[in-house]
Write a protein that binds this ligand. Sequence first.
Ligand code: AMP
Length: 277
Amino acid sequence: METVRTVADLRAAVKGWRQEGHSIGLVPTMGALHPGHMALVKASLEATTRTIATIFVNPKQFGPAEDLDSYPRHEAADSELLAAAGVDLLFAPSVPEMYGDDFATGVHIDGLGDIFEGSARPGFFDGVATVVAKLLCQAAADSAFFGEKDYQQLLVIRRMAQDLNIPTAIEGVPTVREADGLAMSSRNAYLTAAERATAPMLFKVIADIATRLAAGGGAADLSQEGLGRLIDAGFTCVDYLAVVDGETLAPATRGRPARVLVAARLGQARLIDNVAA
Ligand code: AMP
């Protein structure tokens, strides 16, 4: 696996593959790779003949009080994992390569980008959409792979690609979980042992809500009860726990695919999760 750090080198590799008739998959990440990321890699390897993984801790998607400086960075270990999995190219640009001093453009997704994670983390989706738009333009891949773990992010990126006529197919990959149900996340490293023991409650609560919705339960009552269970378990600051439409994230209506979304703080970590309902 070759590692490139400039857009010019990325484009040169892509151009060569296009001339050879390859199909190309893109897997954007911020590194600190775990089996959740590797599921995206596997999906790309299966769907295309050349896979590009990217590692870029994107400063534009971190708020001023967030963990940009402490975000885990282990490029050497990540690179070994990607190479062993069969990734063809790692694109790991510097911040100046992605954002020159005079960088002035931002991408904002009205509506979908303003609710839930968008209101809890102002500027977050603008940062995500801006960097993903750049990566999609830089790589010009056939398909790009994103985790359902960040369900709203997947919808925001789909909306953006559609609105901007970016011809890369946006593919969602199911959430990879620990044996006890906790969704894998680079930020789980922030949990103490005691918090780690509590963390699976997040998934348990939303999975229970999904089961009881299917049995005819009401979304408002189930959400209220779930909120109480999270607080009792030791979560603080539940930013949202909601049953929403699986496509629009508007309040769910019976007969359409729904999603249970949650974000809550546990110690220093802010955890998010979701399930289909
Ligand atoms: P990140 O490095 O956290 O920005 O995540 C990069 C990509 O990996 C995003 O598309 C995430 O949704 C996806 N991802 C992160 N954790 C998981 C997981 N547990 N299962 C599936 N995909 C994941």
